[in-house]
Write a protein that binds this ligand. Structure first.
Ligand SMILES: Nc1ncnc2c1ncn2[C@@H]1O[C@H](COP(=O)(O)OP(=O)(O)O)[C@@H](O)[C@H]1O
Ligand SMILES: [Mg+2]
Length: 317
């Protein structure tokens, strides 16, 4: 695990969902295996509903009561996070692994000033200057005013800067960012992504969740494409954009807006809810390249150089 900060092995997670007065179990993640190299920006991309947040919330032990982890290991600093008890996990969540959520308001306490919330993260012996330095790093100019403010007094972009400052103060090695810029307008969004890139330069590792492949191309070293609970392709960002292999990756790329901002081609059909069981490859109902085998047999994960793809097209055996 030397170069990897996090290794996920065969992780399967599902939910008990009541249908016709009966609890039934449906998978949201199907045997996910992924390695996250230290000091890199890793993307986890796919349409809404494909399981990105469930993945992040499993790592942080933030799953709701109806969720069940049926298999897998999540190795972080040589410990399996799934074996760590909730009381001990409090030393990890927000300290060693921090979360930047889509809605920054969710992780700020509306009743406390920004200063008090940042102070809470500091250890007793830490110097308060650490807070000011962190706020400078996230390019907040009117630091004293922001420190005295309550979350509702700040704009969305400013709140997101404060959350990033929190992860700097906590000195987390791993940052999970769940669509951190989706709620922000484009220019603010770009400045937040720039800030995250600067954290990579100072040695942090980030898993950036997004449904926007242009963000992956501009900011991420590695790209993991997810579809209905499977990683269907994982590669370096360069390779993924130069030679995309999986039909889903190709469809996502074709759906990107062109330079004039016009969306080129919508992906046909819609992502199904997890309650709809799809045999074979889960993408086959929407896939332009699907053949008979895709309807019945789950494709294997095929490794090629730095790429792994889960598609019958590349299975030569
Ligand atoms: N608490 C829950 N109970 C039942 N199903 C859930 C629950 N949370 C998420 N899901 C389902 O799991 C799937 C993946 O959800 P999610 O990880 O939130 O998607 P994404 O973040 O990629 O948009 C979706 O079909 C969603 O409806
Ligand atoms: Mg999500």
């Amino acid at each position: 695990m030397q170069n990897n900060i996090l290794e996920v092995k065969d992780l399967s997670v599902g939910f008990n969902i009541e249908i016709n007065n009966k609890d039934q179990f449906f998978y949201a993640l199907n045997g996910i295996s992924l390695e996250f190299e230290k000091g890199k920006m890793h993307a986890l991309a796919g349409e809404s509903g494909c399981g990105k947040s469930v993945f992040i919330n499993t790592i942080l032990k933030l799953l709701p009561k109806n969720a069940k982890i049926t298999s897998g290991e999540i190795l972080f600093e040589n410990n399996n996070l799934l074996d760590i008890k909730e009381e001990d996990f409090r030393n990890i969540r927000g300290k060693k692994i921090s979360l930047i959520p889509q809605d920054p308001f969710m992780s700020l306490n509306p009743l406390y000033t920004i200063e008090n919330q940042l102070l809470e993260i500091l250890n007793k012996n830490d110097d308060k200057e650490i807070i000011k330095t962190a706020l400078e790093k996230v390019k907040i100019k009117n630091i004293n005013t922001v420190l005295k403010s309550y979350p509702h007094e700040l704009s969305g972009g400013m709140k997101q800067r404060v959350i990033i400052a929190m992860s700097i103060v906590s000195d987390s090695d791993l940052i999970l960012a769940d669509e951190p810029t989706t709620a922000l307008d484009v220019s603010v969004s770009n400045s937040i992504l720039e800030l995250l890139s600067e954290l990579i330069n100072s040695g942090k590792t980030i898993i950036l969740i997004t449904h926007d492949l242009s963000i992956v191309s501009n900011y991420c070293d590695r790209a993991n494409i997810m579809y209905l609970g499977n990683i269907v392709e994982n590669s370096t960002s360069d390779k993924l954009f130069k030679t995309p292999l999986h039909p889903y990756t190709n469809a996502l790329l074709k759906a990107l807006p062109d330079k004039k901002g016009v969306k080129l081609q919508n992906i046909k059909g819609q992502i199904s809810p997890i309650t709809e069981i799809i045999q074979g490859c889960k993408f086959h109902p929407r896939c332009e390249k699907a053949t008979e085998i895709c309807k019945t047999i789950i494709p294997k994960k095929i490794n090629m150089d730095e790429t792994c793809v889960m598609c019958h097209l590349y299975d030569k055996n």
